[in-house]
Design a protein around this ligand. Structure first.
Ligand SMILES: CC(C)(COP(=O)(O)OP(=O)(O)OC[C@H]1O[C@@H](n2cnc3c(N)ncnc32)[C@H](O)[C@@H]1OP(=O)(O)O)[C@@H](O)C(=O)NCCC(=O)NCCS
Length: 168
């Protein structure tokens, strides 16, 4: 008899529309939103998704990629979306997408895509196994597939570095 718990649907832990209104104090010397501020919010939201999905305290293990596609400006409304793309054993890939909205016209721009890996920790502070993700929509299935590609590439790169290949 299979006693493994059912995979948890992506929507159960996702954050759909966390909004943040940009004020002048959020800007850098180029008058666009300071990237570190956006990164910190993404990390915080992705943590909530990882903890909701796994039911354990989680830590950020790595950030695979963080793409700033376009700047956000004073007066924009930032809209954050975060969801669990895939889980492995104790680790989970959480994807975050940020849109900038002009709230007068409702025009939106895609400004950030980022992929975080979180690890769930048990009471002994050691990595603990987490539930699988159940992708339902076509987008969720695509993200699930792509998370596997990123994981394979991350492990291959780690192995290559460990084995000292391509040493100069
Ligand atoms: C992340 C951490 C818990 C991993 O612990 P570890 O003893 O290396 O654990 P393991 O080697 O058994 O790996 C556990 C999982 O973490 C994953 N992992 C470890 N390092 C990783 C990295 N740099 N990137 C992505 N995944 C990583 C492993 O692939 C493994 O995943 P799996 O169980 O799904 O196969 C540990 O390195 C740590 O505590 N790091 C500090 C975290 C931190 O302080 N974050 C910032 C503040 S929250």
């Amino acid at each position: 008899m299979n006693t493994a718990p059912d995979p948890r649907p992506v929507d159960d832990s996702a954050i759909e529309g966390h909004v943040y209104k940009v004020f002048p104090s959020d800007l850098n010397a180029h008058y666009s939103v300071f990237g570190g501020k956006i990164m910190a919010t993404c990390d915080r939201l992705a943590l909530v998704v990882a903890e909701r999905h796994s039911g354990y305290p989680c830590v950020t293990a790595s950030v695979d990629s963080f793409h700033f596609r376009a700047p956000a400006k004073d007066g924009d409304t930032l809209i954050f979306q975060a969801s669990a793309n895939r889980t492995f054993r104790s680790s989970m890939e959480i994807g975050v997408r940020v849109m900038a909205e002009n709230s007068y016209t409702r025009d939106t721009r895609h400004i950030v895509s980022a992929y975080f890996t979180f690890v769930a920790l048990g009471e002994d502070q050691k990595p603990v196994e987490v539930l699988d993700v159940k992708p339902v929509s076509e987008n969720q299935k695509r993200r699930y597939r792509e998370a596997g590609i990123r994981r394979d590439s991350r492990l291959a790169m780690r192995e290559q570095i460990r084995s000292g290949k391509d040493q100069v």
